[in-house]
Design a protein around this ligand. Structure first.
Ligand code: SAH
Ligand code: SF4
Ligand code: F3S
Length: 441
């Protein structure tokens, strides 16, 4: 019997990369590679990388060092780097890291089988050209679900917003939407394979089809996907506040399958900072949309992203961010210290706050959010939530699932309940998790 070749794949960054990695697994399976968790036994190591902040990028180089030493004792090992760092660094990466066999950009997954085969024959290769064509969505086999009940479905890629701090438009290219028919086709195939929840994915998902006349808009796409037999719950991410339309807000009241959660990054609560970030909305616009979302769907859970220490942010501007958080009452918040990215507009802005000041702001902000998260989780005690059971919890001794609002919950129950949406009474709201009991199955 042929011994399967082994793939060790590590993924950094956002859901877009997680989704691309599922495709990579399926593509590599097609040329005889099975996944392993142990790089020491791998024949092929692939890193799917992220360059959103300098720390993310440094992590990639740290990992490459580790694989270089493994390759020292295992000379046949093929090492490939893909994703956003690969897109940005291109040839430089091959020069800096001579032990790397292949470099593939964010639009080049469809070439990966060919590139790995070339590496097996001793040839190095690099592919980082952008492919600005809808075809790039459908060049793959259906991604490898490995039995999950919840899956990502890409509906658009790229970003045209050019927020002043952000590398994404530079490494993911221009915005392009996939046809609604292909999206629905993929969702149908996933439902037939036992998937009950899909998350529609895009860098700026709510501007879906804005640039492709003739395709349905995002609210209609949500209706089409919600109508697929077997799909009990849909989500979407990430939304840009400037593109949240009244029609989309109404969907939260009108589409029962649409989960009551939205990730709506504000980035800052200060108009002066938002303008310099090139975000295209004001604090008042953002808060008005949040109020409309809460009106349409009172149980909606809002999560967000905030950048602290953007060039020009002073203490007063930071206080406005804290006040915005107070008003929104985020269920959860991802917060980051600004990191200058090469080639972005803000990289040239004068930046006068010290590292210690920025670190101090981040810690204050996170302390505020920690309290809000706990208070919100506690406020769910005694309520009945519809929880999609994803499977066993990481400790293996109970079930793990998510409420419609995307809060993690654990409860006792049989693993065969995976994939079901069940009514669960929340018995305890802790800092990072809810505990509950299944009411009936
Ligand atoms: N498309 C998404 C964001 C993707 S990046 C959106 O528009 O919201 C995820 C988050 O990383 C951003 O929301 C932002 O908060 C953060 N981020 C992006 N660039 C950054 C930078 N240069 N420094 C620090 N944080 C950054
Ligand atoms: Fe980056 Fe802004 Fe595009 Fe989001 S909308 S990916 S933050 S440029
Ligand atoms: Fe990172 Fe690229 Fe996503 S830079 S956040 S992996 S689009």
């Amino acid at each position: 019997m042929n011994q399967a070749k082994k793939l060790y794949l590590e993924t950094f960054g956002c859901q877009m990369n997680v989704s691309d990695s599922e495709k990579i697994v399926a593509l590599m399976k097609g040329i005889g590679y099975q996944r392993t968790d142990d790089p020491h036994h791998a024949d092929l190591v692939l890193l799917n990388t992220c360059s959103i902040r300098a720390t993310a990028e440094q992590r990639v180089y740290g990992h490459l060092g580790k694989f270089k030493s493994i390759k020292g004792g295992r000379p046949g090992l093929i090492i490939g780097v893909g994703g956003c760092v690969a897109q940005q660094e291109g040839e430089k990466l091959l020069k800096k890291a001579p032990f790397v066999n292949l470099v593939f950009g964010t639009h080049n997954l469809h070439l990966l089988q060919k590139m790995v085969t070339a590496a097996e024959e001793g040839r190095r290769s690099i592919e980082t050209d952008f492919l600005d064509d809808e075809k790039r969505f459908d060049l793959f086999p259906l991604s490898d679900s490995e039995g999950g009940v919840t899956r990502f479905v890409t509906v658009m890629q790229g970003c045209d917003n050019f927020c002043a701090y952000c590398i994404v438009p530079h490494v993911r290219g221009r915005e392009i939407s996939r046809s609604a028919a292909r999206v629905v086709e993929e969702v149908r195939a996933l439902a037939a394979a036992g998937v009950t929840e899909v998350t529609l994915l895009g860098q700026n998902v709510n501007s879906y089809s804005c640039k492709t006349p003739g395709e349905p808009g995002f609210p209609d796409l949500l209706r089409l996907v919600a109508g697929v037999e077997g799909i009990e719950r849909i989500r979407f991410t990430t939304s840009h506040p400037k593109d949240i339309s009244p029609e989309l807000i109404a969907c939260f009241a009108e589409i029962p399958e649409l989960a009551p959660h939205i990730h709506l990054p504000a980035q800052s609560g200060s108009d002066q900072v938002l303008r310099r970030m090139n975000r295209g909305y004001t604090r008042a616009d953002y808060l008005a949309k949040v109020a409309a979302l809460k009106d349409a769907c009172p149980e909606i859970q809002i999560t967000g992203d905030i950048i602290v220490g953007f060039p020009g942010e002073d203490e007063a501007a930071f206080q406005e961010t804290l006040a915005l958080m107070e008003e929104v009452q985020y269920a959860d918040l991802f917060s980051f210290i600004y990191s200058a990215r090469p080639g972005t507009k803000a990289a040239d802005y004068a930046d006068d706050a010290t590292r210690a000041e920025k670190q101090g702001r981040l810690e204050r902000l996170q302390a505020v959010q920690k309290k809000t998260t706990l208070a919100r989780n506690r406020s769910l005690e005694g309520t009945v939530q519809r929880v999609l059971v994803e499977g066993l919890s990481s400790s293996g001794d109970c079930l793990f699932g998510r409420t419609g609002g995307n809060r993690g919950a654990i409860m006792d129950g049989d693993p065969s309940l995976a994939g079901r949406v069940l009514e669960v009474r929340i018995t305890e709201g802790l800092q990072t998790i809810l505990k509950g009991e299944i009411l009936h199955v």
